[in-house]
Ligand binder design. Structure first.
Ligand SMILES: [Zn+2]
Length: 147
């Protein structure tokens, strides 16, 4: 029985494997499967729980703990950006370039804000011996209430 998913994307798997190798990660079966789910389309923001649900749908059987570990490994390797919403919730962004976010509270969804749409008049100086690595802005929004 031919592997249809592979046949549908003949060049995709080698590409994901190469990306993982360049990032210094061994392309294990699970990493390749999760990388394919994460990077197959346009840039997006995804939580561990959402990726876990997508993996189940795609018949990729991995535990939520493995998903967390893999997302953090991808983040540390520079393949993903982590956007923390609160202490218990993070989204992972496949777009690692500098930009900010709206967080739509009722929909638990992130929308990109271009980096140059936010200007800082004053930023505090970094504590002695430190430098600012980057500045993340998350603007929380909700549906406006009808008058
Ligand atoms: Zn983003």
């Amino acid at each position: 029985m031919p592997d249809r998913s592979l046949a549908a994307h003949p060049s995709h798997r080698p590409c994901v494997t190469a990306v993982l190798r360049i990032a210094g990660l061994r392309p294990t079966r699970q990493r390749v499967a999760l990388a394919e789910l994460l990077f197959h389309g346009p840039h997006r923001h995804i939580s561990a729980e959402q990726l876990h649900a997508e993996a189940s749908t795609a018949n990729v059987n991995v535990s939520l703990a493995t998903i967390y570990n893999t997302l953090h490994q991808f983040h540390e390797a520079g393949l993903l950006r982590e956007v923390a919403i609160d202490a218990s919730r993070s989204y992972f962004d496949t777009d690692t370039s500098d930009h900010h976010h709206f967080f739509v509270e009722d929909e638990q969804r992130m929308i990109d804000i271009p980096a140059d749409a936010v200007e800082f008049k004053t930023l505090p100086r970094a504590p002695s011996g430190m430098e600012v690595a980057h500045v993340d802005v998350v603007i929380r929004v909700r549906k406006s209430q009808p008058e």
